[in-house]
Design a protein around this ligand. Structure first.
Ligand code: PMP
Length: 428
């Protein structure tokens, strides 16, 4: 099949909501490390890794070998049988996770992981209200879509009851029009009134991403989680930390994003990078919280032996290569380069990121901060022409997101940044 036929059949036989990037979507046929190859012969550096999921690099040899060996030996058991793979994965996750997180429920996606976390919080506390963040993203199930605070994703307006959205800790576009630090982190303090006025006073949980990923890599002020989680805990609520994008070294220097903020979660969710591209998600909780789920539940594929082989191999390589330290070191190179681009181009309103997740928020005018979604598309298309695949994000579609595989070679990183510079030079 040629690329044109693939694109035509995609339009004909998939739901139209399965949207692709680019005017002419890239049909990827094979990939290794940071390089992907398209059906029409083009080669690209992948600076988005399948939405922060190809954490080590495409077809990383240790992961490929582990999957191949496992699939030849035992492909599936369901959760009705324990396996060595699933307990090794769960024990490793308990060791790497912050605080007292200990027991895991494996799922096949981040949406299911958030769904599991919210159900667990409701079961444990006996309360049913959940506080989520504006500009947050939780996935595509009915509940996850309701937790998500982007109108374009909220395709069923009524949603699931009992979910309240707190103002986002979005300093570049402060919802209170204030400036950090003289704002005294008003967005976190606001949870007090949010709970008092929009809930029964006893929420089950506060669910938040340490860095709002789909929201455009929005980084809260450093005191945010201590204040916000403190208020929620005072009212008997739990803290669910969504590490689907920020987990496994991505933020640099730490295994999980929340560790930069000095707060330990009661429940944490993960997916994406944990298995370098295989469909694995999970919810890890403090033991006493996990133990309160005594009713029945099954995930047919959750903890599947092949998925767990991929997870164990990915985590082994991450530990061997000290991925958090590597992400921190390479992130400095990206920051310097992006700061240089901001000096040169007035359409770059904000540069933000940590480790190996970086964003450029594009604006028509630095003073008015009018979002420049059209320019984002121009940068994306120009970068593609120069052989660089980027990500997009932000409620206004005006944020370029970058999150390469964390084993990216330094030469490839420099090459990718050069291609990004050329793309920015071509923006009108
Ligand atoms: N939480 C966050 C923070 C995410 O970024 C995503 C996916 N973009 C999800 C949950 C949902 O994950 P999935 O697409 O695997 O269901």
């Amino acid at each position: 099949m040629d690329a044109k036929t693939v694109r035509a059949k995609h339009g004909e036989f998939l739901f139209p909501c399965v949207a692709n990037y680019y005017e002419e979507p890239v049909v990827i046929t094979r990939a290794e490390g940071t390089r992907v190859h398209a059906l029409d012969g083009a080669e690209y550096l992948d600076f988005f890794g399948g939405i922060l999921t190809v954490s080590l690099g495409h077809c990383q040899p240790d992961v490929v070998e582990a999957i191949s060996n496992q699939v030849r030996t035992l492909g599936h058991t369901s959760t009705l049988y324990p396996t060595e793979n699933v307990v090794v994965a769960a024990e490793t996750l308990a060791r790497l996770s912050p605080g007292e997180l200990k027991k895991t429920f494996f799922t096949n996606s981040g949406s299911e992981a958030d769904e599991t976390a919210v159900m667990l919080a409701k079961i444990h506390t006996g309360s049913s209200e959940i506080i989520a963040l504006r500009h947050g993203y939780s996935g595509r199930t009915h509940l996850a879509v309701t937790l998500t605070a982007h109108s374009n994703y909220r395709v069923i307006p009524t949603g699931v009851p009992g979910i309240k959205h707190a103002p986002a800790p979005y300093c570049y576009r402060c919802p209170f029009g204030l400036e950090y630090p003289s704002c005294e982190v008003r967005c976190a303090q606001d949870l007090q009134e949010l709970i008092d006025t929009t809930t029964s006073g006893q929420p089950a949980a506060f669910l938040a991403e340490p860095i709002l990923g789909v929201g455009g890599f929005i980084i809260p002020p450093k005191e945010y989680f201590q204040i916000a989680v403190g208020i929620v805990r005072e009212r008997g609520g739990l803290f669910i930390c969504d590490e689907v994008q920020t987990g496994f070294g991505r933020t640099g220097g730490k295994w999980f994003g929340i560790e930069h903020f000095g707060v330990d979660p009661d429940i944490m969710t993960f997916a994406k990078g944990v298995a370098n591209g295989m469909p694995v998600g999970g919810t890890i909780a403090k033991a006493d919280i996990a133990d309160s789920w005594t009713g029945a539940t099954i995930s047919t594929f959750g903890g599947n032996p092949v998925a767990m082989a991929a997870t164990n191999a990915t985590l082994r390589v991450m530990e061997r290569e000290n991925i958090p330290a590597r992400a921190e070191r390479l992130g400095k190179t990206i920051r310097d380069h992006l700061d240089g681009l901001k000096d040169k181009h007035s359409f770059i309103g904000d540069v933000r990121g940590m480790g190996l997740m970086w964003a450029l928020e594009l604006v028509e005018d630095r003073k008015t901060k009018e979002p420049a979604a059209g320019k984002t598309n121009q940068v994306m298309e120009a970068a593609k022409k120069h052989g660089l695949l980027l990500g997009k994000g932000g409620r206004y579609g005006n944020t370029i997101r970058m999150a390469p595989p964390m084993l990216i070679a330094e030469t490839e990183l420099s090459e990718a940044l050069e291609r990004l510079s050329k793309a920015c030079d071509e923006v009108r």
